[in-house]
Design a binder for this molecule. Structure first.
Ligand code: IMP
Ligand code: MG
Length: 186
């Protein structure tokens, strides 16, 4: 049984597991012989990061940061108004860093984070995202590792939320936003 508001499943739990294992293998190959630092963006990337980390066959450290958008919700990151609300615990100087994202959409959040982290002198810095919605990209960012490309629909599950809910769904699903919002109004 899928919860109300879920229109259809885009990727099943098994497809998600399988794809994360494939991307973890790519990462393991690419960074063989080195240690990795995974940086998760709270809260959306937490589910993806933990599963990915367990499947990477290298010594891995993890750290987290949180961002907040200001100037109004949906439009804020699109206007590039993002700031760090919780910073990393440790420096990343001389480390091989992978920025772990739930989704790269317009690209504004990711670009801001890349610029901020690049200024801290990592040995290398690359992006790994669960979902990539390139059709909505406004600023170009180099996405080195991606699990899935998705269409221009609002999705939830595997860390992605609608009003903080649905993050714990094991699959990735398209939400029927119009139906949910109608219900909320009724
Ligand atoms: P960007 O700055 O436009 O790339 O915004 C990315 C952020 O918007 C993500 O980290 C998510 O928090 C949020 N987001 C974008 N699309 C979706 C979606 O389809 N479902 C849930 N959150 C989304
Ligand atoms: Mg997010």
């Amino acid at each position: 049984m899928t919860p109300p508001g879920i229109e259809r499943v885009l990727f099943t739990e098994e497809q998600v597991h399988q794809r994360i294992r494939e991307v973890a293998a790519e990462i393991t190959e690419k960074f063989r012989g080195r240690d990795l630092k995974l940086i998760g963006v709270l809260k959306g990337s937490v589910f993806f990061l933990t599963e990915l980390a367990r499947a990477i066959g290298l010594p891995v450290k993890i750290d987290f940061l949180a961002i907040s958008s200001f100037g109004g919700p949906a439009s804020a990151s699109a206007a590039g108004m993002v700031r760090i609300a919780k910073d990393l615990d440790d420096p990343i100087e001389d480390e091989d860093v992978l920025l772990i994202e739930d989704i790269v959409d317009t690209g504004f959040t990711t670009r801001y984070l890349l610029q901020t982290l690049a200024g801290r002198g990592p040995r290398s810095l690359a992006i790994c995202t669960l979902l990539d919605r390139t059709v909505r990209r406004i600023v170009q960012v180099p996405v080195e590792f991606r699990c899935f490309e998705i269409p221009d629909r609002f999705v939830v599950g595997c860390g992605l939320d609608y009003k903080q809910l649905y993050r714990n769904l094991g699959y990735i699903a398209v939400m029927n936003l119009a139906a949910v919002q109608n219900q909320e109004r009724a």
